[in-house]
Design a protein around this ligand. Structure first.
Ligand code: THU
Length: 139
């Protein structure tokens, strides 16, 4: 088994466990996420809904905010776990991109651990990022 497979399985297991803590009484769609920080830590998140629906927090962004607020600077990989293998929403893709290189893996998993692997560059091609805000950018 390659190192990337071990990372994937650990991250996915963490995302599946985090999903159990989802607060999703309105959609009943539970999501778990786990991010691998640049220094090898796994930080998890779940979706947190609200009676004021637009205030809902997605699992991926909860995990990323937790990681960054605890001192991480970059995200090396992300796993997201749902019952039906749903992909990260567009807003989460943009937030993942903020802290990840385009070739960072995104593992999209079901509860039995089966997953598909993409990169954030595949999920969000030709993305807007901090580089576009650099003076003189000609992209
Ligand atoms: N959700 C996430 O947590 N992540 C996504 O990338 C897509 C959607 C949550 C938000 C809401 O609680 C539920 O899934 C249904 O949209």
């Amino acid at each position: 088994m390659e190192r990337s497979d071990i990372v994937a399985e650990d991250l996915i297991a963490a995302a599946i466990a985090a999903r159990e803590r989802a607060y999703a009484p309105y959609s009943n769609y539970k999501v778990g996420a786990a991010v691998l920080t640049e220094d090898g830590q796994i930080v998890t998140g779940c979706n947190v809904e609200n009676a004021v629906f637009p205030l809902t927090l997605c699992a991926e962004r909860v995990a990323i905010a937790k990681a960054i607020s605890e001192g991480a600077h970059a995200i090396a990989a992300v796993a997201v776990a749902t019952q039906n293998g749903g992909a990260p929403c567009g807003s989460c893709r943009q937030v993942i991109r903020e802290f990840s290189a385009p070739d960072s893996p995104i593992f999209i998993a079901r509860l039995d651990g089966r997953y598909r692997k993409h990169t954030i560059g595949q999920l969000l091609p030709d993305s807007f990022s901090a580089e576009d805000l650099q003076r003189g950018s000609t992209k």
